[in-house]
Design a binder for this molecule. Structure first.
Ligand SMILES: O=C(O)c1cccc(C(=O)CC[C@H]2O[C@@H](n3cnc4c(=O)[nH]cnc43)[C@H](O)[C@@H]2O)c1
Length: 215
């Protein structure tokens, strides 16, 4: 499990069995820190001859109203970088349209189904941004470009890029702490979202422990 901050790490770990096979690491806030931190952990394990079979980017996130209400859970069936590209007179263009790299990673479909079935989570696109959306106009523009987007956060695509570099599948799980849109920190429900993460990972345990990438 890769979270951004220790509070998310502790919330996820609280839902998992103490003597389990799942490691939880806080890798940092934002796509670059998340990619670097995840790559360090994965490469160290691989060099030691104990490679990871799966990486899950987990934490709180913003939900797109009304699709992902506060306290709800989202499991990504697509992990998409939303602001990796160029601003043009015709609007935003992703790097893929410029002939570079990738902007989406797809978690294993069977794993997404099992995680959602175990927790009642909604499934859809989770966007990764470097700048937290702060207006209704920006939120609407994101949804127009990504109509299946249910949530946004800041680490998933970075974690996914690190996992892909090591040939390891990735998943992303977000508990909704706030609505994507105008900045309103008084409306945040971080404690509720952290509690939802703990509850979710208690339900995920049998799925994570039994999931075999070759299924
Ligand atoms: O200061 C603000 O208005 C503000 C608004 C939303 C998020 C932040 C953060 O600093 C969050 C960073 C942290 O939490 C995740 N997160 C939670 N909600 C969102 C969101 O709406 N958009 C993007 N990221 C979000 C994120 O993954 C980071 O780890 C500040």
């Amino acid at each position: 499990m890769a979270t951004a901050v220790p509070a998310e790490r502790d919330a996820v770990a609280s839902g998992l069995p103490a003597s389990g096979v799942v490691d939880v690491v806080a890798v940092g806030v934002g796509p670059a820190a998340a990619a670097a931190g995840t790559a360090r952990v994965l490469a160290t394990a691989a060099a030691a001859g104990t490679p990871y079979e799966l990486v899950v980017s987990a934490g709180i996130g913003g939900g797109f109203p009304p699709h992902a209400p506060l306290g709800s859970l989202v499991v990504a069936d697509a992990v998409t970088a939303a602001d990796l590209g160029a601003e043009t007179p015709d609007g935003f263009v992703p790097v893929t349209a410029l002939g570079f790299g990738r902007v989406t990673h797809e978690p294993p479909a069977a794993l997404v189904r099992e995680l959602a079935a175990a927790s009642g989570a909604a499934t859809g696109t989770v966007l990764t941004v470097s700048t937290v959306t702060g207006s209704a106009g920006s939120a609407a523009a994101l949804r127009a470009r990504h109509p299946r987007a249910l949530a946004e956060a800041m680490e998933g695509f970075g974690v996914a890029e690190a996992a892909a570099a090591l040939g390891i599948p990735v998943a992303e799980v977000r508990a909704v702490s706030n609505a994507v849109g105008p900045r309103d920190r008084a409306a945040w429900r971080i404690a509720d979202a952290l509690a939802a993460l703990t509850e979710a990972f208690g339900k995920f345990t049998p799925v994570l422990e039994s999931w075999n990438r070759h299924d």
